[in-house]
Design a protein around this ligand. Structure first.
Ligand SMILES: NC(=O)c1ccc[n+]([C@@H]2O[C@H](COP(=O)([O-])OP(=O)(O)OC[C@H]3O[C@@H](n4cnc5c(N)ncnc54)[C@H](OP(=O)(O)O)[C@@H]3O)[C@@H](O)[C@H]2O)c1
Length: 261
């Protein structure tokens, strides 16, 4: 069957803000899967901050090459399979890129994996996907908050931050979010159950943290770095700071109960 594959390729490495000229649109025929490969028809693409890094240069993955399809998480439907574990009609997720059809293989960075049965695609790509996993393990494995402790999260209205605040609440913590703008802050406290929100665009973050965390911050989950990270480190609970200073600088402890993805 002739299948047209619309693709966005990386035309050049962006300088500063990403622009449409950094990408190039091409139309080709969809590939035919070889032995062991699966042809996936993309249904949903995920838009993640990490993609900015992938098109800029090498990160934890090699950089997307110029003239290569832009890398992206996606969910799609198997339309042809030459792999025994995948059948046409099944929903799969993986790094399928900005294109209609991806020809992918197990054991590679773009390896497909089945969607959990019965889980809506949006949920599989968000709360039960990479974002939820990042929030869950970052907060619970690295942050290790105890009930009653104060968890502060930056980028709190974002994908990861909003999940972190909600998990903190489920674990019986006090959740304070830092976000840009009154509307996002209202959303955090009224819709997402955060105990308080700081609008870093109109408020003094350091002063508000002193007010809201008089005994200091127990766990800071950082999504943004920079001045907000500095302000939060200055409010880290005194006992934690001295505990860290008295410990040898083991890499697992060096971040203490500070999480930066
Ligand atoms: N999503 C994932 O699966 C995942 C996995 C691993 C790591 N991470 C990392 O986690 C972090 C957050 O990712 P995300 O997917 O949650 O992003 P996101 O939904 O895009 O949220 C990021 C938020 O950060 C805020 N922000 C941006 N620049 C800022 C600045 N200079 N100062 C203060 N706030 C700023 C913006 O909100 P305001 O409007 O409030 O400023 C933005 O909406 C990123 O560092 C990302 O690389 C994410």
């Amino acid at each position: 069957m002739d299948r047209k594959n619309r693709q966005w390729l990386l035309a050049r490495r962006p300088q500063g803000m990403v622009s449409a000229d950094d990408f190039r649109w091409v139309e080709t025929a969809a590939p035919t899967p070889a032995e062991g490969e699966v042809l996936v028809h993309n249904l949903w693409l995920s838009c993640d901050p990490t993609q900015r890094g992938w098109i800029a240069g090498d990160t934890y993955l090699p950089a997307v090459k110029i003239d290569e399809v832009v890398r992206s998480f996606a969910v799609g439907e198997v339309v042809e399979s030459r792999h025994p574990k995948f059948q046409p009609g099944q929903l799969v997720q993986g790094l399928f890129g900005w294109q209609d059809y991806a020809c992918v293989k197990s054991g590679t960075p773009s390896s497909p994996s089945h969607l959990p049965p019965g889980v809506p695609i949006e949920t599989a790509m968000s709360a039960l996907g990479l974002t939820g996993i990042t929030a869950y393990y970052g907060l619970l494995d690295v942050g290790r908050p105890k009930p009653g402790e104060t968890v502060v999260v930056s980028g709190a209205a974002g994908a990861t931050g909003s999940a972190v605040g909600q998990i903190a609440k489920i674990k019986g913590c006090r959740a304070i979010g830092i976000a840009g703008g009154a509307e996002k802050c209202r959303w955090l406290t009224e819709d997402y159950g955060f105990d308080a929100a700081i609008d870093y665009k109109s408020e003094d973050v350091g002063a508000r943290l002193r007010e809201l965390c008089p005994k200091g911050i127990d766990v800071f989950f950082d999504n943004v770095g920079g001045e907000i990270l500095d302000a939060a480190l200055a409010r880290e609970r005194e006992e934690l700071r001295s505990e860290e200073l008295s410990q040898p600088a083991h890499p697992a402890r060096a971040h203490g109960r500070l999480h930066h993805p």
